[in-house]
Design a protein around this ligand. Structure first.
Ligand code: ZN
Length: 234
């Protein structure tokens, strides 16, 4: 069985120091990008921390946003356009971005009784990783997973290592390559087609659940699905 999935917020045990800072949405902050989404959020009285408007941007709909913010006591800040570009990533922001209140994260006490969770970060010695996974396995872990911090090529040897350490289902979500910082923004160079082709190698290496983390988009998940279906048909 191989399943598909999108973003997840945990970070990979073999995370790479070259990785860009996590996007805001990965840090639990909801972001509305563009005039319509920001207006909707204001009209719906969604909890917003602040609204950022690109310096020099103007127009009746931006003015409507500013007026609504005043009415609702949402702070408005005028920022250089580059700051909004960084937050919006590939999306078109039309000179406005709203940052929501951080999402309420679950407390460990909210987990079902008896749930066992082992979260690793910054593990550098693969022997330690193997030992921890074997111990988690012996303690009854239902699955073992890793995401973020590496591209799909980097995840194939990680998958083999994890597979050697456990026969539990393996769950892996790679980034669309390691980001290059261009004009202060992370740029991911891996294409959905390449990602999908390499996912077949991940399947050979023993993965059970696959998906994508930073830099991947719904096009990646579609390409993975098509590649897996084509491989199944032989
Ligand atoms: Zn990520």
């Amino acid at each position: 069985m191989t399943a598909l999935g999108g973003h997840l917020s945990a970070h990979n045990p073999l995370s790479s120091p070259q990785c860009a800072p996590a996007p805001l949405h990965h840090r639990g902050v909801s972001v509305r990008i563009g005039i319509h989404p920001v207006l909707e959020a204001l009209r719906a009285r969604s909890p917003l921390n602040r609204v950022l408007i690109a310096r020099g941007a103007s127009g009746p709909r931006l003015q409507e946003i500013i007026d609504l913010c005043r009415e609702l006591s949402v702070p408005v800040r005028f920022e250089p356009r580059g700051a909004l570009d960084r937050i919006a990533g590939a999306s078109t922001h039309q000179g406005v971005v709203a940052l929501g209140a951080p999402r309420q994260l679950a407390e460990l006490d909210d987990l079902p009784a008896g749930a066992c969770l082992v979260i690793l970060d910054g593990i550098e010695d693969p022997h330690n990783l193997g030992a921890i996974i074997r111990t988690a396995h012996a303690a009854g872990a239902d699955a073992v997973g890793a995401n973020c911090g590496n591209g799909i090529d980097g995840y194939i040897p990680i998958c083999r290592r994890l597979r050697a350490a456990t026969d539990r289902p393996l769950w892996l979500k790679a980034n669309a390559g390691l980001p290059e910082i261009v004009d202060g923004r992370p740029v991911y160079r891996t294409s959905p087609e390449y990602f999908a082709a390499r996912t077949l190698d991940l399947v050979k290496a023993g993965v059970t659940f696959v998906g994508g983390c930073c830099g991947t988009t719904p096009a990646f998940i579609t390409a993975i699905k098509q590649a897996l279906q084509a491989a199944k048909r032989g």
